[in-house]
Design a binder for this molecule. Structure first.
Ligand code: ADP
Length: 479
């Protein structure tokens, strides 16, 4: 297991041997220590990335594509090992961890292909004596600050398009899940990225974040995390006008219309809600069901939820692992208690427990709360746990008003078999990602990202390279 940091293709220790502990969320026991780096290591990493940039950007696209392609192949070769490491430090069920490695690798594969298509344009000029060329050029050194809920995919989603575009990168993974990032670093070395192209620094977020934004050579920062930290980063970005891409919190509505395929809707809801124990920014957070099918949906949902096994992620058949830490548990308990106090009826689950001796009290039974109202915490904040609050609605406009009545705008879902309604509702939802009869909309080809307090910038698809490139036009006088 790699526990050191990667700078300039060398493995380094932190300052004066300072370390951060990494903990298995299922047992609360320490599994490793990683360096607690600070401004000095960030400066070294940026030096390395800045030094590597001219040669990396100058490579023909095919030659930038090569190491990305090899990284994809290595991730697939190492899928099982990477997945086990992820389950150990993050807690998600092994099958999901394997899925994340494949999903994370798909961005690298896609980046390897798209590296060959960083096209510019020519634009017809207004004078016969002129030509306008548009160049699409890499920004330079970019930083990726990533969260713990997808320890691999949130990194590859950022670095693959950045590297494809010709940028060099400094990655700061979440302090809870640095081991998956460092394992990816080992594969980057094996894949043949030149020294300085990929650097990984672990440590205290404020010290590293501050140093990243203070360095004018860092031309862009791509961040996934909370809206609260997103605001801090916007302030940090001001002095150097650092370009930002922010994928922040969500509060996803999930609407089931009476004309929906109810079995498909419930399957989609379970997929969206319970993946990663409800700890994803696109998890369904509030469910609106048309009144005429409310009882039917509730019945099917209770049945589906009863089949979900809760336990440590490495145990056979487990669908819901532990929450990441005690703060996460406290938040979920607060949301359940608040919903109950405001008149919600807990129709399944509701407990936080320890499945057996030796495990931490971090496991939440999949919970259904009937009677969701807009004043409840779970209708306003991201719950980040396996809790489904449900409200009934009567008309389409009412469902849309409820769905859009949130400052967040990342993902929204709805189920209908009416083709006109599908288009109408998809257009009216104020969100960056819409799952229309689809509970799992993420893919490497599509431009993922939010609006409103969920941030800006897109990851995935050809638009993801826009975050790491600048357009330059050249107006040429022709005699
Ligand atoms: P979450 O709520 O998912 O833990 P956070 O927004 O707290 O999300 O963290 C997401 C990432 O941002 C992590 O890598 C974390 O270390 C980092 N981070 C948190 N605070 C700061 C900060 N002030 N400056 C830079 N990075 C930060």
């Amino acid at each position: 297991m790699q526990t050191r940091n990667l700078i300039n293709n060398e493995w380094i220790d932190g300052p004066r041997g300072e370390r951060l502990a990494v903990v298995d969320p299922a047992t609360d026991s320490a599994i490793a220590e990683v360096p607690s780096c600070g401004p000095a290591e960030v400066a070294r990493a940026v030096d390395a990335a800045a030094g590597a940039f001219p040669a990396w950007r100058a490579r023909p696209a095919q030659e930038r594509s090569g190491p990305l392609r090899r990284l994809f192949e290595l991730m697939m070769r190492e899928e099982d090992r990477l997945a086990r490491l992820m389950t150990l430090e993050q807690g998600k069920p092994l099958a999901e961890a394997r899925g994340e490695i494949r999903y994370g690798a798909s961005f690298v594969e896609w980046g390897a292909e798209e590296a060959k298509r960083v096209y510019g344009e020519t634009i017809p000029a207004s004078a016969a004596s002129k030509r306008i060329l548009v160049l699409r050029q890499p920004l330079g050194v970019v930083a990726a600050i990533t969260p713990w809920n997808f320890p691999c995919a949130m990194i590859t989603r950022k670095i693959a398009p950045a590297l494809a575009a010709g940028c060099t990168v400094v990655v700061k993974p979440a302090e809870q899940t640095p081991l998956s990032a460092l394992a990816l670093g080992e594969l980057c070395l094996e894949a043949g990225f030149p020294p300085g192209v990929v650097n990984i620094v672990t440590g205290e977020p404020e010290a590293i974040g501050g140093a990243i934004f203070a360095d004018a050579r860092v031309r862009a920062v791509s961040f996934t995390g909370s809206t609260e930290v997103g605001r801090i980063l916007m302030r940090l970005a001001a002095p150097n006008i650092t370009r930002l891409s922010l994928e922040l919190g969500g509060q996803a509505p999930f609407i089931v219309f009476e004309d929906a395929d109810l079995d498909a809707a419930v399957a989609g809801l379970v997929a969206s809600k319970f993946r990663n124990a409800g700890q994803t920014c696109i998890c369904a957070n509030r469910v609106y069901v048309q009144r005429s099918v409310r009882d039917a949906v509730l019945g099917k949902l209770r049945e589906a939820v009863a089949a979900l096994k809760v336990g440590p992620g490495d145990e056979e058949g487990v669908a819901i692992g532990p929450l990441i830490d005690d703060d996460a548990v406290a938040k979920v308990e607060r949301h359940i208690a608040d919903a109950h106090e405001r008149g919600g009826r807990i129709v399944a689950g509701g407990e936080v427990f320890r499945p057996r001796d030796g495990l931490a009290r971090r496991f939440v039974a999949p919970t259904i709360i009937d009677g969701l109202t807009p004043d409840m915490l779970c209708a306003r904040e991201e719950t980040f746990g396996p809790v489904v609050p449900i409200a009934a609605f009567d008309a389409e406009e009412e469902a849309l008003a409820l769905a859009n009545g949130s400052p967040f705008g990342l993902a929204a879902y709805f189920y209908t078999r009416d083709a006109s309604r599908l288009i109408r509702v998809a257009e009216a939802l104020e969100f960056g990602v819409v799952g229309a009869n689809d509970g799992a909309p993420s893919s490497a080809q599509a431009p993922f990202g939010g609006v409103k307090h969920s941030g800006f910038g897109r990851e995935g698809g050809r638009h993801s390279l826009d975050e790491y490139t600048a357009l330059k036009y050249v107006s040429c006088g022709v005699a």
